[in-house]
Design a binder for this molecule. Structure first.
Ligand SMILES: Cc1cc2nc3c(=O)[nH]c(=O)nc-3n(C[C@H](O)[C@H](O)[C@H](O)COP(=O)(O)OP(=O)(O)OC[C@H]3O[C@@H](n4cnc5c(N)ncnc54)[C@H](O)[C@@H]3O)c2cc1C
Ligand code: SF4
Ligand code: SF4
Length: 497
């Protein structure tokens, strides 16, 4: 049976380059790569060689005959991304503009041209984008990398964001540990650039500075009552259950029947799933022990995940929905919310597959409490309450009809935004540092020796593995500048941007 990619896929495309028959798509060279929810194996072309399994850093690929019941649906999800064809026909994924074949990337290990004998690179941050960038840089013997991380533990959201019960995904840290063991890299923890060391000081001692500080602020929900006690961001809850030092006191009030999560991306589902999981199942994970104790005495009976738009626009990904439906199982949709929603009306296979699964969930009996209810088409207009939140007022999107949902805990999960980095030109509209393919660009053009990668470069989109391609682009430009002799010579004197 062909191999199958499952829920943990974080899109780093390592399997693409390992596969001898080019049956994994989209590849990073294909237009849909940046928006794909995961990668897919063409079951008719796969020759079952297993090369992709060892290439995958998160154990997301399994031979078809080893799929567990929880993951059985992924065989169909993979196959649905390829059209039916007679065996032996040339096969292309359903998105016709995907192209074949892939050429493996040839990576030189020695710098040439006008590159200095030793290229010192400072990376700010130690999240996925930083570690993938370090990995690319360290292929060159002349490069010395120093990573500066403000927290006491490395790897950014791979450690402090990914949900503790997503253990396969969290295992990507093992890859980052391996990168960190390279003799030409040093990771300095508890050092915040801008506070402990200035950016200018860093530039004065390195040929290049690569900012990989992420997009650390929540998009604010601007409605009345949002400042009441009982309202907090889903991010603060994620930080709380993952032991993030900034959020140790962000304990949510679980002494209430219902929580409402506003927004329905994967982070909203993560928090809802943790709130409705058996604490005994969480006990074997890396969840923060204080959070686990609090979850054990939770009174929550229902977590309602509410989206402004209809189910055809659901922000959560299909792999996460499958995880809820087939593994967690404590999820429900009111059938009335799906009235008139027909999966066949949608050409995009991911949208129609999500709608089919939502219908299947809606047809199930209500699960045991506590459970997650997915709700659609409700726009929040105010948080209700005097001393603290007691509910949320919504209008049915596109109508004047209002609905109040009682809730003692309200979480906002409407996305992230990069905040300006002192000393770097900022694109306020996109919440990113202004850059051209990773080269920082000021009003008068590219700033020699200054680069960005990850969420602060492209905005808060994509998965852990998406940062690999992103960092590859930035590092290619950094090395091109090194070879062209275009990196400033660090002379120990601080320079401004
Ligand atoms: C809650 C949450 C859950 C997620 N779950 C998943 C998942 O399950 N699977 C998946 O594939 N993707 C997941 N993602 C997406 C993934 O985490 C991101 O794509 C990725 O972490 C972005 O990497 P980054 O390096 O740009 O930023 P980050 O991971 O945020 O890393 C930035 C690092 O820079 C440090 N830093 C910032 N400023 C400074 C400074 N001035 N000095 C020193 N250090 C600094 C920060 O402390 C941090 O360690 C999740 C995202 C979130 C928010
Ligand atoms: S098992 Fe082999 S042929 Fe099949 S997808 Fe993996 S690498 Fe490609
Ligand atoms: S995580 Fe990477 S290697 Fe694993 S299946 Fe996804 S894209 Fe392929």
């Amino acid at each position: 049976m062909p191999h199958v990619i499952t829920q943990a896929c974080c899109g780093d495309a390592s399997c693409v380059y390992a596969c001898p028959v080019n049956c994994i798509h989209p590849t990073p060279e294909e237009p849909d790569f940046g928006t794909a929810e995961m990668l897919y194996i063409d079951p008719q072309t796969c020759v079952d060689c297993g090369a992709c399994v060892s290439a995958c850093p998160v154990g997301a690929i399994v031979p078809g005959h080893r799929l567990t019941a929880d993951a059985a649906r992924f065989a169909e999800v993979n196959a649905d991304h390829y059209p039916d064809a007679a065996p032996g026909d040339a096969r292309f994924p359903v998105n016709a503009n995907w192209r074949l074949p892939m050429a493996p990337i040839d990576k030189p290990t020695a710098l040439t041209g006008a590159a200095p004998d030793e290229v010192r690179v400072a990376i700010v941050g130690s999240g996925p984008s930083a570690m993938y960038a370090a990995d690319e840089l360290l292929r060159h013997d002349e490069v010395r990398v120093t990573v500066y991380e403000r927290l006491s533990a490395p790897f950014g959201l791979a450690r402090f964001g990914v949900a503790p019960d997503h253990e396969s995904t969290r295992s990507v840290s093992e890859l980052f540990d391996e990168i960190a063991r390279h003799p030409n890299i040093e990771i300095r923890l508890n050092v915040e650039i801008g506070t402990d060391i200035t950016l200018d000081e860093l530039r004065a001692t390195h040929h290049a500075v690569l900012w990989a500080g992420g997009a650390p602020t929540d998009r604010p929900l601007q409605i009345p009552g949002v400042d009441l006690p009982g309202v907090q961001s889903a991010t603060s809850v994620v930080g709380w259950y993952n032991g993030h030092p900034d959020f140790l006191r962000a304990t949510p009030d679980l002494d209430t029947d219902r929580a409402v999560v506003i927004g329905n991306g994967n982070v909203a589902l993560d928090v809802a799933r943790i709130f409705t999981s058996e604490p005994d199942r969480l006990a074997s994970t890396s969840i923060d022990r204080t959070a686990l104790t609090a979850l054990r005495s939770s009174r929550l009976r229902e977590v309602v995940v509410v989206a402004r738009r209809g189910p055809e626009h659901a922000a959560f990904t299909m792999p996460e929905l499958i995880g809820l439906a087939d593994s967690h199982r404590r999820v429900w949709v009111d059938p009335a919310e799906l009235a008139g929603v027909d999966p066949a009306d949608h050409d995009d296979p991911t949208v129609s597959a999500k709608l089919e699964l939502l219908h299947e969930i809606a047809a199930r009996p209500k699960p045991a409490e506590p459970f997650i209810r997915l709700s659609f088409g409700h726009t929040p207009v105010a948080v209700v309450g005097d001393e603290r939140a007691t509910g949320v007022e919504f209008v049915r999107t596109g109508t004047d009809e209002t609905v109040v949902l009682d809730a003692g805990l309200v979480l906002t999960a409407i996305g992230y935004r990069g905040k300006p980095v002192p000393g770097l030109p900022f694109d306020d509209q996109h919440g990113t540092v202004r850059n051209d393919a990773g080269r920082v660009v000021a009003d008068d053009g590219p700033v020699p020796g200054l680069f960005v990668t990850g969420w602060i470069k492209r905005g808060p989109t994509g998965f852990i593995g998406t940062n690999k391609t992103d960092s590859g682009e930035t590092v290619a430009n950094l090395l091109a500048d090194a070879e062209a002799g275009a990196l400033p010579k660090p002379d120990g004197r601080a320079v401004g941007v």
